[in-house]
Design a binder for this molecule. Structure first.
Ligand code: SF4
Length: 559
């Protein structure tokens, strides 16, 4: 398409993604400008916007969540108590689970949540939305940023995706080209494995000298329960079963308002057994007598799944460059030991805003100004919180027991643990998958979970409850660069793990007598809940997730 056909929008600051990092960042920037303009001779009037690929604010935002409210307190000192938290944690438990039993364990200090807030991330973001408008930030929903615009190594803006393109890539009658949005600064808060952040990491080497990012997948359902079953703010975490000693992760149960409960499971995307199906293990969790009795008589209302960046401090990419900053999950600002990232994401966005504001006041937001963002992070409570747990997830590379011992030792050694100089290296999660053609006999297949449609649900039933919808006639947004690998090499070596690690039945190996192998990969793209697991966990790294047409995807606003 010629450049003449594509509209160009000139802005000063564009935030890509309306998650907690960018919503807090845009809010902080707006607040700083408003405060400045009260006394400034020359008021600042920058054009600031947030681009969001979802239908509305919160529709693609998913988290557990037990929130540490410290960033809310800083950002909204007079009103943070009005935010729609579900409840304050007063009672919490930690269960060590076996298949039929549970043992209540003492809660280690770093896992204590009393005083923290159970929350729906979607509802919190909805609460921030009108306040952004009050400080002059424009919000454009259904605008997925699909490409980073560069002038050499300098980011000059983003391109949004075209609309009205059919399955074969041809223009339909309603075709609308995407817009080129030029900005002095692009703030990427796309969540984990962001499309543009990935492009930049590869082009500019932002991960050089860092540990590879390690991810987990979090799966959750929200249930309506009979009255009085659980109090809003009740928190239960669980360890061991169903994942066992070799797979990182654990369960969570959080009480919400109106007799709703969140039940979920986090599974490290560095598991070694290709037979593992994280969604299946989540369904199995609910069959434990303690969880089953909690949910008895209830009804599942919502489902969602999302990747979580677990690598921590050593997996933080360089968070700035000429023309851009990385925030939130895109910057690896998440504490995997506490299973919390919302407060860190918000703080990173706020520090990004303070950095940009300094540049706006000085009249230029160049690379020298943006470099101060990294200094601000290092001088903030982000580093104070993340550095002491810098080796947490890596320690679990040797299993649950070794990881727990190292985590305990890390608390008294400032994060070093046993025999660790300062930094514990690791490998990318997909590289840990064992090959079935070499070690198949030693890798057990998890027991099948029976889906009864009342307590346990198959992936399609869960996808239905995620509110997921996409325009059907559009290009497939899961790009597999060589599908011949799927039918032969991957089938032999890993038995096509995409069929299992995708929590939404997007990937299927189907019979097809027209192919030499009699099989082919079928991609049911409209089921995709945008969790990014396939982009992360594909053992050959052939899958690239790209944003579908704007507005498509899950609807997590009430989760
Ligand atoms: Fe997640 Fe990929 Fe499946 Fe979409 S296709 S739901 S991004 S694993």
């Amino acid at each position: 398409m010629s450049q003449e056909e594509r509209e160009i929008l000139e802005l000063d600051v564009v935030f890509v993604g309306a998650g907690p990092a960018n919503m807090a960042g845009a809010m902080r920037l707006g607040q700083l400008i408003q405060e400045h303009n009260k006394t400034a001779e020359e008021p600042l009037e920058p054009a600031i916007a947030i681009l969001e690929k979802g239908k509305e604010i919160g529709s693609h935002a998913l988290s557990g969540a037990v929130v540490d409210p410290r960033a809310f307190e800083e950002l909204f000192p007079d009103s943070w108590q009005d935010a729609p938290f579900e409840g304050t944690v007063e009672r919490e438990k930690l269960w060590w689970m076996t298949e039929s039993k549970k043992l209540s364990m003492p809660i280690p200090p770093m896992l204590k949540n009393v005083g923290k807030k159970v929350a729906s991330l979607g509802k919190l973001l909805k609460w921030i939305e009108p306040q952004l408008e009050d400080v002059g930030v424009d919000i454009f929903c259904e605008f997925p940023a699909s490409e980073i615009l560069l002038d050499g190594d300098r980011v000059i803006g983003v391109r949004t995706g075209d609309r009205g393109v059919d399955h074969h890539g041809e223009r339909k009658a309603n075709f609308e080209p995407g817009v080129d949005i030029h900005a002095q600064t692009v703030v990427l808060g796309e969540g984990p494995r962001g499309t543009l952040a990935k492009q930049l990491e590869e082009k500019l080497g932002l991960m050089e000298g860092k540990n590879p990012q390690i991810y987990a997948i979090g799966l959750k359902e929200v249930w309506d329960l009979p009255p009085g079953r659980i109090e809003a703010g009740d928190v239960i975490h669980s360890m061991n079963w169903p994942l066992g000693f070799d797979t990182f992760g654990g369960g969570f149960i959080y009480g919400m308002k109106n007799d709703q409960v969140i039940v979920g499971l986090v599974v490290g995307l560095d598991y070694s057994n290709p037979h593992l199906d994280p969604h299946g293990e989540f369904q199995r969790l609910k069959t434990h007598p303690a969880v089953k009795s909690l949910l008895a008589g209830g009804k599942m209302a919502f489902y969602g799944a999302k990747a979580v960046p677990e690598g921590g401090w050593w997996s933080c990419p360089k968070p700035w460059g000429d023309g851009f900053l990385l925030c939130g999950d895109s910057g690896s600002f998440l504490n995997s030991q506490r299973l919390k990232g919302i407060h860190l994401a918000m703080k990173s966005g706020m520090l990004a805003a303070e950095t940009i504001f300094e540049g706006l006041v000085a009249g230029k937001v160049d690379a020298d100004v943006l470099a101060r963002y990294e200094e601000k992070i290092a001088g903030s409570w982000i580093k104070k919180e993340l550095y002491p747990v810098r080796n947490f997830h890596q320690a679990f590379d040797k299993g649950l027991v070794g990881g727990m011992l190292q985590a305990g030792l890390g608390m008294v050694t400032g994060g070093r643990g046993w025999g660790i100089a300062d930094r514990l290296g690791t490998q990318a999660g997909h590289e840990r998958l064992k090959r079935l053609d070499k070690e198949g006999a030693s890798l057990p297949k998890p027991k099948e979970v029976a889906f009864d449609g009342e307590l346990t649900f198959d992936k399609l039933a869960d996808v239905y409850n995620s509110g997921t919808g996409h325009e059907e006639d559009q290009p497939v947004h899961l790009l597999v660069s060589d599908t011949s690998v799927c039918v032969d090499q991957c089938a032999r070596e890993f038995d096509n793990p995409c069929v299992r690690f995708c929590p939404a039945s997007v990937y299927e190996m189907v019979e097809d007598q027209s192919t030499p192998s009699g099989k082919r990969l079928q991609i049911n793209a409209s089921n995709c809940v945008h969790c990014k697991t396939c982009d992360i966990m594909d053992p050959y790294q052939l899958i690239t997730w790209v944003p579908p047409e704007g507005g498509g995807g899950p609807n997590y606003s009430k989760m």
